[in-house]
Design a protein around this ligand. Sequence first.
Ligand SMILES: [Zn+2]
Length: 122
Amino acid sequence: MKVELCPQCGSGKISRTTPLGDIIKCDGCGWAGKESSVMVTRVDATSLEVALAVAQRFLVALTAEASLPVGRAMFHAGLIQRDTDSTFVGRLVKAAIVAAHRATLEEVDKIQKEITDGDNKS
Ligand SMILES: [Zn+2]
């Protein structure tokens, strides 16, 4: 089963807002964007709810645990300065965390696919 997830919050509650269906909107966080931005993952129907819950818990934990070290890393790398507007800092930290969340889920998907493909070959 193919499942589409919001790239910003990991929610499965997304819908197509235009007749052509090329703009997707998330009911969870209000994100809207192109269909190509949506995360697509494959899960079996029974584990769908579990997978969504884990993905959302991971995003919450990542935000809570990583915001400070990510901001510090940006400061040490020179990406932000002490006087950088806190709105911009917040946006950059959020972008880094959302990207890490997305990359991790995509890697999980890849690993699961490799395991499934490996099982099919044997
Ligand atoms: Zn969302």
